[in-house]
Structure formats: structure tokens, C-alpha cells
Design a protein around this ligand. Structure first.
Ligand code: DAH
Length: 369
């Protein structure tokens, strides 16, 4: 039972002694129980608060009602008691946390982790792919997302009005009529222009990968977005062959999707490579069978193969644009490739809607934490 200040009927010295003794016993017990800062404050308030603290009650219940003849005696005792209570409270406030209180805080527990967000699944996939090529000795290059017609098309052997441009319709910046065509600015449609930009700056041999955002005039749907991500690769040296291209990409696909996957190269066309190919990997979802149990495998459209990238041997006419920097088409050769990161991320995480990546829904993104 918590101590309460009794009303006094008897104001004799003996009765006062008893009452004081009880009060001191109570404050002793209560001060022993003080453990932490919150206890300290409660303890101080209970005993010393002006309004209704125990000392105030002692004043009201013991001193004020004391009969005239006992006033002096009671007054002296109450004053002494006040000094003792104040000393006790002061001592309790000054006290360090007790051993028991200290052991109540387990300092070996891990702290509260503040969420700092998660790597976006596209960036994570991009880093995984770049990491595979870094291990092969490739460096990373980057270039502007707002690009000139020259780098995006012309120097990659898409002449003005060439039909191959139609496959990469993009957004041009407005009000550029006064500029020559090669200087006109557009949102780059692929990361390939950074091939040219890098070759202008670095002499051969080079081995680079180029991650980045690209844009096309495609309305958004489950598999298209006006903005998406690519990783480009370029290796130029003396005597680079199509065998090097195949070996490098086959190794990279095994590192990314597992050592069981196979690669298949099929003829294709890109203005800046000759010969050109599309590379497929055997479907790492159905193992190449085209079926999942008795159901058709959707990601590979039942073919057992998934198209991953475009590639080829650098067309000598591309080297013509950077010839002055040591890229003489008669002396060197190279291969290039370009892949879509977003699609690879969708396959990797088993998603069927590309838009999920760009809607910023925290419930989706948190799953990659
Ligand atoms: N730039 C091409 C595209 O966006 C992809 C590509 C194909 C890149 C072949 C290459 C390559 O470097 O050699 O469709």
C-alpha cells in the first residue's frame, strides 16, 4: 500500500514521533525503488510538489490543525522533517542507475534499423549485368540521355532518311529548325551512341559496358515504356572475331542465368554491325522445354528460347567516323552488343507487367528490400 499522510488527532510528542517515523520509513522504501529518470521525476513530484506533494499535505494535515499549545513543537518537527525529506529526494535524484536498472537495458541488442530504402529492381539487375562484365575486365562508360542526331544515328551508320531510323522513333526537342540535322537534339533511342563518344576519347584497345536510360515513342503497356534501360557493350582490339563475341556472351549469360543455359545466335540487321545477330538464351524458366508441367511456358511463348540482345561485329563504316583516333578499319576489329535491362529484370523476378517498375508503388518496391 502506498503511503498516505494521516490526519492527526493526537498532537503529543509521542504521537508525532510515531507519525514521523512512519513517514521516514515510507520515503526510505520509495527512494530504494527509484531506478530511472522517469522514477526520479515521479518521486520528486510525489514528495515535493507544491500542490499536493506529501510535504504540502504534512503542512496542511499536521501543522495547520495543531492546537495552539502544540504549534511550536509541531512546527519544529515539521521543519526538521522537511529538511530530511528534501535531503532524501536530492540523494535519490543524484543517484546513478542501479545495477538492476543497467541490466534491464541490454546493450548487446541490435539497434533500431532506420529504413533507407531499397535498390530498385532495375538498378539491381543493371548492376548484376555490369558486374559480370567488370569481372571480365570491362570498364563502365556513360553518356548523355539528351543526344544529338549525329551520335544517335548518323555516326552509327543510320544515314538521314534511312528506313532503319523508323524502328527507333523518338522525341526530338522543339524549336531546333535553325540547327543542322546532325546537331539536332533528341532523347537517345539506345545506348549505342556512347560507343562513338568513347572511341572519340579513348584509343583502342577498349572493352566497355554502357548502362543507361533510353527513350522511344512507344505508348506504355505491359511490355513497352517510353523510357527504359539498356546495357551496351563494345570490345575493340586487333583480331577480334565473331568467336570472341560468342564466347564472351555465352559466358555472360551463364554467369547471369545459370551454367545450364545455352545460347543461340540468329542472323539479324543493325546498321552499325556487320554481320549482326540476335542472341537467344534457352528459357531458364521452363528449362528450354516450352512447357511448365502440362501448361505452356508464357515467358518464352512455348519456344524454349528467350531473345536477350542484339549484337554483331562493328561495321567498318562506324570506325570511319573515329578513324583519326586509331580506329583504322584495316587494322582493328570489334564486336558490340546491346540488351534491354527491364525485360531481363521482368524475367528474373517473374513479372508480367513492365509498368510496375515505374509506378512508384511502395508496396511493390518494398518487396525488393
Ligand atoms: N542499339 C540496338 C537497339 O537498341 C541494340 C544493339 C544491337 C546494340 C546490336 C548493339 C549491337 O551494340 O551490336 O535496338
Amino acid at each position: 500500500m502506498a503511503y498516505t499522510v494521516p490526519k492527526l488527532k493526537d498532537f503529543s510528542p509521542a504521537a508525532l514521533d510515531k507519525a514521523v517515523e512512519k513517514l521516514l520509513a515510507a520515503i526510505g522504501d520509495e527512494s530504494d525503488a527509484v531506478r530511472n529518470d522517469a522514477d526520479k521525476k515521479a518521486f520528486r513530484d510525489r514528495w515535493l510538489a507544491r500542490k499536493d506533494g506529501i510535504l504540502t499535505q504534512v503542512n496542511d494535515l499536521w501543522l495547520k490543525p495543531a492546537p495552539k499549545e502544540a504549534k511550536r513543537e509541531v512546527g519544529q518537527r515539521v521543519n526538521k522533517l522537511k529538511a530530511e525529506v528534501e535531503a532524501k529526494v536530492e540523494a535519490a535524484l543524484a543517484q546513478k542507475p542501479s545495477a538492476a536498472a543497467e541490466s534491464a537495458i541490454d546493450i548487446s541488442l541490435p539497434g533500431i534499423r532506420r529504413p533507407i530504402g531499397a535498390e530498385h529492381p532495375i538498378i539491381r539487375t543493371q548492376n548484376d549485368i555490369v558486374g559480370v562484365f567488370k569481372n571480365l575486365g570491362y570498364s563502365v562508360a556513360e553518356g548523355p540521355v539528351i543526344e544529338t542526331d549525329y551520335y544517335n544515328f548518323e555516326a552509327l551508320n543510320f544515314p538521314p532518311n534511312h528506313p532503319a531510323r523508323d524502328t527507333q522513333d523518338t522525341l526530338f526537342l522543339a524549336n531546333q529548325e535553325s540547327k543542322s540535322r546532325r546537331e539536332q537534339l533528341l532523347l537517345r533511342t539506345h545506348t549505342s551512341p556512347v560507343q562513338i563518344r568513347t572511341m572519340e576519347k579513348m584509343k583502342p584497345p577498349i572493352r566497355i559496358v554502357i548502362p543507361g536510360k533510353v527513350h522511344r515513342n512507344d505508348p506504355p503497356d505491359a511490355s513497352h515504356s517510353p523510357m527504359f534501360h539498356q546495357i551496351e557493350g563494345l570490345a575493340v582490339d586487333t583480331n577480334i572475331t565473331f568467336g570472341d563475341l560468342k564466347g564472351t556472351l555465352d559466358h555472360a549469360m551463364k554467369a547471369l542465368f545459370g551454367s545450364d543455359v545455352k545460347t543461340s545466335f540468329r542472323p539479324s540487321f543493325f546498321p552499325f554491325t556487320e554481320p549482326s545477330a540476335e542472341m537467344f538464351v534457352s528459357c531458364f524458366i521452363c528449362g528450354g522445354s516450352g512447357k511448365r508441367g502440362s501448361d505452356p511456358c508464357r515467358p518464352c511463348k512455348q519456344t524454349g528460347w528467350i531473345e536477350i540482345l542484339g549484337c554483331g561485329m562493328v561495321d567498318p563504316s562506324v570506325f570511319e567516323f573515329v578513324k583519326g583516333n586509331g580506329y583504322e578499319p584495316e587494322k582493328i576489329s570489334g564486336f558490340a552488343f546491346g540488351m534491354g535491362v527491364d525485360r531481363i529484370a521482368m524475367l528474373k523476378y517473374g513479372l508480367d507487367d513492365l509498368q510496375l517498375f515505374f509506378q512508384g508503388d511502395v508496396r511493390f518496391l518494398e518487396q525488393f528490400g
